[in-house]
Structures are given as C-alpha cells and as structure tokens.
Design a protein around this ligand. Structure first.
Ligand SMILES: [Zn+2]
Length: 236
C-alpha cells in the first residue's frame, strides 16, 4: 500500500481515491502519512500547497509543483495572479436570462441578436455551454439549470433554474427546446421532468449521445458533441 502512495501517481487525471488518500498527508503538517513524518514544508508553503490542492484535478504532486513555480515568479506576477482570482470571483455572476456565467447582467450570448432566439438549449452547468460553444454548431440560446435533480443530494427542482425556464419558454416564442443534459440517472430524471413541463408550450428534443451512460458532457470531444447535437430527437 505504501508503495503506491509513496510513488504519487499524481497526474491531473489521477483517480479521486488516490487523491483522497494522499490529501491528509499534505494538509496535516505535523501529522504522519502512513506512519511517515512529512513535515517537509515551511508553514506558508504548506498553506499554499493546501489551498492549491483543493482545486479540482490537482493532487499533492501537482500542488507542490505549482506552489514552487509560484514562488519562483516575480512578486508582480504573483500579485497579478492573486488579483485575477479575486476580480474573477467578485465580477463574474450569473446572467439574469440564462444563468450562464457573466460579468454583465445579461450575458454576451443572450445579447447577441445574430443568434436564434427561438431555440433554447438546456444544460446543467456553464461548463456545458462552453463545451457546446466550442463545437461552433449551435446558434441558438441557452438556459443553465445550475445542476440536476438529485434526491440523494437533496437537490429538487426548486433549487434549479427550472421555473424561470418554463416562464421563459411560455412567455416567448420558443420554437424548440433542446435538452442537453449528461445521461446519468439524475440527468435522465431531470430531462424527463423538464420535458413534461415544457411540452405544452413547445417542441422538446434531446441530444443524441455518442457517449456511454454516465459520460460527462464537458469531456466529450467536439466532434462527438456536434454529432450528438445533430442527432437530437423529439422527446417521447
Ligand atoms: Zn445569458
């Protein structure tokens, strides 16, 4: 066991399990990791590594590499990084119309008059908007739910931007709503639930997936995603 922990199979795609197992070693700076003393970082450095390690996909080894890299940069560069973090957090909110990330009250996609206003693509997360935009296939608008219905995690329809979607669809001339939600169990529940709500008002389609069940929209390559969009079908 100590073999694989010591070797730190810490690529950015390393499994969550190995990351979780490794985490306490770094965070607990007077502690031990599987009996080994690991008080190797001076306190401020340990704190930086700990913060970096909280980022998704960053294991202990990557966190250490990033931290040591940051220390090598000039103070000016480090300030610029810190400032970018704080300003992004302060200035980026959600679009009032579609709930995509936006520094303006209404996002660029919603404001774009060249885009088809009568088609709304419904996604779980802003990451999915970014993934779909990269395909350059879609010219309609979006609606970001902010998650999927998950009774296990206590997320019901009220916690998601569903009511605003129904209002948006019913009050505007919407020709088609495309449901583009990752095909997990929760995603399916969400797709069917929203489909039922919207069918009285408009045509509802769902994208076809060239992806395995449980596959994540944001990890699909652009071609797969573009095909999936083309192959959408009407919800039964
Ligand atoms: Zn918007």
């Amino acid at each position: 066991m100590s073999g694989w922990i010591g070797s730190e199979a810490d690529t950015d795609s390393s499994s969550t399990v190995s990351e979780l197992s490794l985490k306490p070693g770094i965070i607990n700076d007077q502690g031990t990791q599987t009996g080994r003393k690991i008080t190797v970082y001076t306190r401020p450095l340990a704190r930086l590594i700990e913060q970096l390690q909280r980022l998704p996909g960053v294991g202990p080894k990557t966190a250490q590499r990033l931290a040591l890299h940051i220390l090598k940069r000039s103070e000016e560069e480090v300030k610029a990084l810190a400032q970018a973090l704080i300003e992004a957090k302060r200035q980026v909110g959600l679009c009032q119309v579609c709930f995509h990330l936006s520094a303006e009250p209404v996002c660029e996609i919603c404001r774009n008059t060249n885009r088809d206003n009568s088609t709304i693509c419904v996604v779980a997360d802003s990451r999915d908007v970014i993934a779909l935009e990269k395909t350059r296939e879609y010219r309609g608008k979006y609606h970001v739910l902010g998650g999927v219905i998950s009774p296990m995690e206590g997320i019901g329809p009220d916690q998601l931007h569903i009511e605003s979607l129904v209002r948006r669809v019913s009050q505007n001339k919407t020709g088609e709503v495309i449901l583009a939600i990752s095909p997990s169990v929760e995603g399916e529940t969400t797709t069917l639930y929203i489909g039922q709500l919207l069918k009285p008002f408009t045509k509802v389609t769902r994208i076809a997936f060239g992806l395995p069940m449980g596959g994540d929209l944001e990890y699909a390559d652009e071609v797969t995603l573009a095909r999936a969009l083309e192959g959408r079908r009407e919800l039964d």
